[in-house]
Design a binder for this molecule. Sequence first.
Ligand code: DOR
Length: 425
Amino acid sequence: MGLLIKNAEIVNAQGPWEKAQDIWIDNGKIGEIAPSIRRDGCPVIDARGKKVFPGLIDLHVHLREPGREDKETIETGSRAAVKGGFTSIFCMPNTTPTIDTAQVVQYILDQARKVGLVNVYPVGAITLGREGAQLTEMMDLKRAGCLGVSDDGRAVMNAGVMRRALEYAKMAGLLVMQHCEDETLSAKGVMNEGATSTLLGLAGDPVVAETIIIARDIELSRYLGTRVHFMHVSAARSIDLIRRAKAEGIAVTCEATPHHFTLTEDVVKTFDTATKVNPPLRRAEDVMALHEGLRDGTVDCIATDHAPHTREDKEVEFAVAPPGLIGLETSLGIVLTDLVPAKVLDLPRVVEKMSTSPARLMGLSQKGEIAVGKDADITIVDLNKEWTVTREDTASKSKNTPFLGRKLKGRVVTTVCGGKVVYQE
Ligand code: DOR
């Protein structure tokens, strides 16, 4: 049985459709788009007055399964994803065991299929155990279903290892996704290094820990002619480096997170461990630079770095709390509330950063656009709906977000994945 979406105000990255359309979905694909479609006896969703986006895609999610199912599982993470409007998520390999073999990839794919809500793409590790020394069998990871590799949570510190990783990943057709942090510089830092960290008596993690890896990898990418994707970039200087590299035609891309482009290190003054994240929240100038990077295309995508942690793990001293915050359910709301009215992005650019461009980076040619023949992954959004972020309303198993109590405008009302309604408010 198909599905009919009536009166859809479609927004694609290349622009919005002028008039509302009906969308006929059949066999998991978009079958027809026309001003008025009639099909008898099939389920109908009336999207009148709502915006209809291609399903959102998040390149950076921690699902914690296998190993820390007390923080999140593939099931709870999938529920959080569809509630936030995501139809495809890429899950990071810092699980236990690490996603560094085809077997672990297979386990995650099997679990995700059983849950059946969202497309889950496991990201394989670059090095065994994410230890930075020995490369994983990238061909095996690719065959098992990986599209990208990362040691996220850690950078590949050794330039020689990174060189081989870039070469092998290119051969295997995998995107290398780098967590940019020189551990010898970030050391024991728990927040941005500067006047505020000194004032608070907290160890600082300087911007240069991030930029030195970005600068190095730009050089490797230039030398080898390979692609590299920089994850969760947080600083003005990082944007400068990437902007310049792109202008020179080097194949680098990057993502930014809602917390990095809306919050500053000032919120750490509360000592709320939900504000502890890696890379750390930076200064207002950095937030402005991320906005400029989003505007001018230096920042390719918005990713959440959804990083669930239990209350027990987070309710400790700031210095020892694990870094990370959840983001799947608030990402679109924050973008619509903070970036769209401020004219950092218009709606087509939101779709580009949250769907079209992540699909393109990962080679998902059937996703990222609402068009006949594409996968029926669709997110329906009520731009006028106001809501407040609360613990109770959070589907994720963990509730570690600095946005609790935040009022947002714009909310997902329906998510369709592969032609199936997977979330309805
Ligand atoms: O804040 C973070 N948390 N940054 C990372 O890179 C890893 C993540 C996690 O796994 O908790």
